[in-house]
Design a protein around this ligand. Structure first.
Ligand SMILES: Nc1ncnc2c1ncn2[C@@H]1O[C@H](COP(=O)(O)OP(=O)(O)O)[C@@H](O)[C@H]1O
Ligand SMILES: [Mg+2]
Length: 305
């Protein structure tokens, strides 16, 4: 039972007209892990999440959630969710709202626990229409926690928040995850996937293009960045150096992306004097860009869902 995965996608596809929003998704979410679905706008994150929650049906393939169908898991109150669209706020207090939702579940979390986990204890008696954006988002988080779910699914939970509110949100999320629960969240912020998740699954045009820890992703991308001051030397030969896949010159600083940093540095050293040499592993941002570059163009507008 405890070894059973939290969620499994098997060869899941979903199209909207000619758009392949899910194009053969195979993914196993392990119990207790915090997994980020990382992808640009239109990559298929919300589609995958809607299907996982049984709000949308795959065209083909299968999804299981906590060993059963999505519908079974959701109806049993074992799943909490925060979806992308906003929700109209009413004139009740934070405690009243969370308490009301809790009573709709078979085995809810004590309301005070849900409020504490979401960092809302001090705001319990505040009306929900009198909150900042970050506080309101934590109320939605408390609502998602109300049923004491084993797995929580968050679709871009922080996209409208400032840096400080984001940090507070992730702290609340970590408190829930530390209780042994599973978290699946989507984001288009790299740093967020990097810092908040144990595992990153990169989606692009409905497909998984990478899956691993941020360290594994960087290693798999296999690159490094060699940078140095040109000190007036010519730069035309740089793209022909061993390993170099990309050359960027900014001011007097050359930045070479390379698959073979040793070879690149050796070749550079054999030429003119190089000053200010630095070799750095690829940043996650570069990995992400190279994974999702030049793929199907994404529409300008957010789909209405
Ligand atoms: N209900 C829908 N009708 C038509 N197209 C849709 C619908 N939902 C999503 N899409 C399209 O499917 C693709 C994936 O969308 P989505 O899953 O919302 O991506 P993300 O959440 O990563 O931004 C996009 O091209 C989007 O326009
Ligand atoms: Mg989305």
């Amino acid at each position: 039972m405890t070894n059973e995965p939290a969620a499994v996608f098997e060869a899941v596809t979903k199209s909207y007209g000619s758009v392949r929003a899910a194009d053969g998704l195979d993914l196993t979410v392990r119990r207790g892990e915090t997994l980020a679905l990382l992808g640009r706008n239109g990559a298929g994150k919300s589609t995958a999440i809607s299907m996982l929650l049984g709000l949308d049906t795959p065209d083909s393939g299968r999804i299981s959630l906590l060993g059963g169908t999505p519908e079974q898991a959701v109806l049993a109150g074992r799943i909490g969710a925060m979806l992308q669209e906003g929700r109209a706020v009413s004139r009740v207090t934070v405690r009243e709202l969370v308490g009301f939702v809790a009573r709709t579940y078979p085995a809810p979390l004590p309301v005070s626990d849900a409020l504490a986990l979401a960092g809302l204890t001090a705001l319990a008696d505040r009306r929900v229409d009198r909150l900042s954006g970050g506080q309101a988002q934590r109320v939605r988080f408390a609502v998602a926690l109300a049923g004491d779910p084993e797995l929580i699914v968050l679709d871009e939970p922080t996209s409208a928040l400032d840096v400080e509110a984001r940090a507070e949100f992730w702290e609340a999320m970590h408190g829930y995850a530390r209780r042994g629960n599973t978290v699946l969240f989507s984001t288009h912020y790299l740093e967020e996937a990097d810092t908040a998740a144990d595992r990153i699954v990169v989606l692009d045009a409905g497909r998984i293009v990478a899956d691993g820890t941020s360290e594994e992703l960087k290693r798999a991308a296999g690159g490094a960045v060699v940078s140095f001051d040109l000190a007036g030397a010519p730069s035309a030969y740089l793209s022909d150096l061993p390993g170099v896949t990309e050359v960027e010159i900014r001011g007097d600083r050359a930045r070479l992306r390379t698959d073979d940093s040793d070879g690149t540095v050796r070749a550079l050293a054999a030429r003119d004097a190089i000053r200010g040499l630095e070799v750095a592993p690829l940043a996650l941002n570069d990995v992400f860009l190279s994974l999702t570059r030049g793929r199907a163009a994404t529409p300008e507008t957010e789909p209405v869902r």
